[in-house]
Design a protein. Structure first.
Length: 178
């Protein structure tokens, strides 16, 4: 009887969690640095679970296709750098059909593809880029941001801060007289 390799399983889980935490923290810090206000939404547990499943399945599928298969396949004919760039371009191009897709979204997906590719090459594991990809997508939907052009209502919404100074009785006379 062959026993499962728990050390390998633990390592895969650690890479998945590390990637998820890193990308999640980066996005949340970005939100806070730019002074965005986080407001709670009403969403069912099943709705949030559906978003979780969509994000984890999408991350696994895209990372397996664009990193696990495509980069080693291209590397048989090209150097690693060219393989990474082609993989990232194809990853970004794969999202062209998404609603509300823009040139900014293309560049964002291209850069994400490069980051995920180097994460894959550095760790020699698909689990770290899957974690990075999942964390990035999930936090976007968690805060009701468009993820690859698709918007879902998450647990929270982000709002820009307002400056009520100009609308109060303490405003300068110039503002009141406009």
């Amino acid at each position: 009887m062959v026993l499962p390799n728990f050390d390998l399983l633990r390592q895969k889980i650690e890479l998945l969690i590390l990637g998820t935490l890193q990308s999640s923290i980066i996005l949340i810090v970005f939100f806070l640095l730019f002074g965005l206000i986080i407001a709670p939404n009403t969403i069912t547990l099943s709705g949030q679970f559906n978003i979780f499943l969509i994000c984890i399945c999408t991350a696994f599928l895209e990372e397996i296709v664009f990193r696990y298969y495509l980069i080693p396949g291209l590397s048989r004919f090209l150097n690693k750098k060219k393989s990474v760039i082609i993989s990232a371009v194809l990853f970004a191009a794969c999202h062209l059909g998404n609603s509300h897709f823009t040139i900014t979204a293309f560049v964002s997906h291209f850069l994400g593809g490069i980051i995920y590719a180097y994460a894959y090459l550095h760790t020699k594991s698909i689990y770290y880029p899957v974690g990075l990809h999942f964390g990035w997508n999930y936090v976007q939907w968690l805060f009701s941001l468009p993820m690859s052009g698709t918007t879902k209502t998450g647990l929270y919404s982000l709002m820009l801060p307002t400056n009520d100074y100009y609308y109060t009785s303490n405003s300068p006379d110039l503002i009141r007289n406009i």
